[in-house]
Design a protein around this ligand. Structure first.
Ligand SMILES: [Mg+2]
Length: 228
């Protein structure tokens, strides 16, 4: 049985995509644009770009970082975000959410975060690698108000570092201290913070739940927040 993870004095950093917001069609629209970004940057076909992106993304935790590895050249996050979260992508994802609101559980996640914020109104925040306009668009598409906790774009807060960056845990400790629980659905990001910080990590993933000293696996954000 899982025991409680943290007292109310612990900060809680919650990921957005894959944790709070899980909408396969909306995420597929973004993923397709990521594939196109890889293809165009490398000058290869979309099909090969897709294969390369899918093969390298898990290890790097972000397409821009995987692309730097593949191309050997720096990839600006501004360029990546401008391409991947372009207005037509936000509009298409908004359409997908409006057509199929029942496919995701942002409303339920929103309630769980609201309950967490009410319990402890300054310690939880959303920490995301996506630009804030993406979150704002998906909350609006879901007819929900913005989250009741601060939304922090990792790259903005961590001097250009994404959560998957090996130096991100040290930068994050400087900002938020050592007593933090990170809730994320990326194994690459979870292992990065387990390795590079004293933060406890909840990996949101399918399958059985389990709790270790540093890494807990939970099936959903509801279960993760229930542990806090
Ligand atoms: Mg995620």
């Amino acid at each position: 049985m899982l025991r409680s993870l943290a007292p109310n004095t612990t900060r809680v950093a919650i990921d957005f995509d894959g944790v709070l917001f899980r909408h396969p069609r909306a995420h597929a629209i973004v993923a397709r644009r990521c594939d196109r970004f890889v293809a165009e940057k490398l000058g290869i076909s979309l099909a090969v770009g897709r294969e390369l992106n899918r093969a390298t993304y898990p290890a790097f935790g972000h397409t821009a970082r995987a692309l730097e590895h593949l191309s050997g050249a720096p990839v600006s996050l501004e360029e990546y975000n401008a391409f991947v979260y372009a207005p037509d992508v936000l509009a298409a994802a908004t359409d997908a959410v409006r057509r199929d609101a029942g496919a995701h559980d942002l409303a339920r996640a929103h309630d769980a975060v609201r309950a967490l914020a009410a319990r402890d109104d300054s310690r939880a925040f959303v920490l995301t690698d996506a630009p804030v306009r993406w979150l704002e668009a998906m909350y609006a598409a879901s007819d929900l108000p913005p989250p009741d906790v601060p939304v922090v774009c990792a790259a903005d807060a961590l001097a250009g570092r994404l959560k998957s960056d090996p130096e991100a845990p040290a930068a994050a400790r400087d900002l938020w201290g050592d007593d933090v629980v990170l809730v994320d659905d990326s194994a690459a990001i979870a292992s990065n913070f387990v390795r590079g910080s004293p933060w406890r990590v909840v990996l949101v993933a399918p399958g059985p739940s389990a709790m270790g000293a540093r890494l807990t696996v939970a099936r959903s954000v509801h279960e993760a927040i229930g542990l806090l």
